[in-house]
Design a protein around this ligand. Structure first.
Ligand code: AMP
Length: 300
């Protein structure tokens, strides 16, 4: 499998739903991504944690085949984020974002990671995403994610990273915010005009679609009946999507369509538990089973 690298946040999250509240749950964009991708093969993680980050959490990631030698320990506290969901699960309020050690993060991609071919620039400061990408020798397929905070506060840097990536994954609200266009198809087309060859637009429980020069593919989400915590669904989607592409070593339109199904499946496991409690105990055969079920739901 060609090297799959992710750079993004490792975090402790506080999550409130209408049923429960969890404090200090292990999360972060890169963590959710890597745990989902680990269902397909090994991956490489670049990020930063504070001295308060539990060694057992790093050991857990390593045991899943995630190479954490690109995780720097900096003096200070780990990134923390808090969010609250409305009972419809689709509306999320960010309660706080404490960048902490992520604020001054200067990513260093270890020499052994520089031959990575598949690269995911998980949600994080676009300047950090760019600095990490600068250190990859010959990336083959680079996908980025972003979030309202960065669209708002680091617009120029975000636009410059968009000119360097093959794909952008974002949700409906972010697409509207980035382009100012309320129509999602038009918004996706406008994002394509900003640089990426492909855009994957997620619509929460309403599924996701992929658009690009030679592909247009749309999928519902997997019908989960017991949502526990949607946090990380977007990153888990990206982990299944990129994990599958790296496993295949192919980004043809057919593989991209299959990757959309894989992302949909890994995201569905993610929302069934807090942190990666459900996703993390799944196997590749669980993925395959749900993949077949999803395929039968969307086929005639
Ligand atoms: P998602 O639900 O897919 O948007 O991912 C939520 C995860 O992203 C949480 O585990 C957070 O710790 C992390 N996160 C939240 N805000 C940010 C941010 N501004 N930059 C990077 N990561 C973030």
């Amino acid at each position: 499998m060609p090297g799959l690298l992710v750079i993004g946040t490792l975090a402790y999250d506080t999550v409130e739903t209408h049923r429960e509240r969890r404090e200090e749950a292990l999360g972060g964009s890169a963590v959710y991504f890597a745990v989902a991708a680990s269902l397909y093969g090994p991956s490489r993680l670049v990020g930063v944690v504070g001295t308060d980050f539990h060694g057992a959490h790093l050991a857990d990631l390593q045991a899943r085949g995630i190479d954490t030698s690109g995780v720097e320990v900096a003096s200070g506290e780990t990134f923390r984020w808090g969010g609250r969901y409305e009972p419809d699960w689709n509306t999320r309020h960010t309660l706080f974002t404490h960048l902490n050690v992520f604020e001054g993060f200067d990513p260093k991609v270890p020499p052994a990671f520089r031959d990575s071919e598949y690269v995911f620039l998980a949600n994080g400061h676009p300047a950090v995403q760019a600095k990490a990408l600068d250190q990859i020798d010959r990336p083959v397929f680079v996908v980025a994610d972003t979030m309202n905070l960065w669209i708002d506060s680091t617009r120029d840097e975000l636009e410059s990273i968009l000119r360097r990536v093959d794909g952008l994954i974002l949700n409906d609200e972010e697409a509207r915010m980035l382009t100012g266009n309320p129509n999602l198809i038009r918004a996706a087309q406008e994002v394509l005009g900003m640089g990426p060859r492909y855009v994957v637009l997620k619509k929460g429980e309403h599924g996701a679609f992929l658009m690009g020069g030679d592909a247009h593919f749309s999928l519902p989400s997997y019908p989960v009946t017991e949502v526990v915590d949607p946090t990380g669904a977007g990153d888990a989607f990206a982990g299944g999507f990129m994990g599958f592409l790296a496993e295949e070593g192919d980004t043809s339109p057919t593989s991209l369509r299959r990757a959309m199904l894989h992302g949909t499946v890994t995201a569905s496991f993610c929302v069934q538990g807090f942190s990666f409690e459900d996703l993390g105990r799944r196997s590749r055969s669980d993925v395959q089973e749900r993949y077949s079920e999803l395929l039968s739901i969307v086929s005639v």
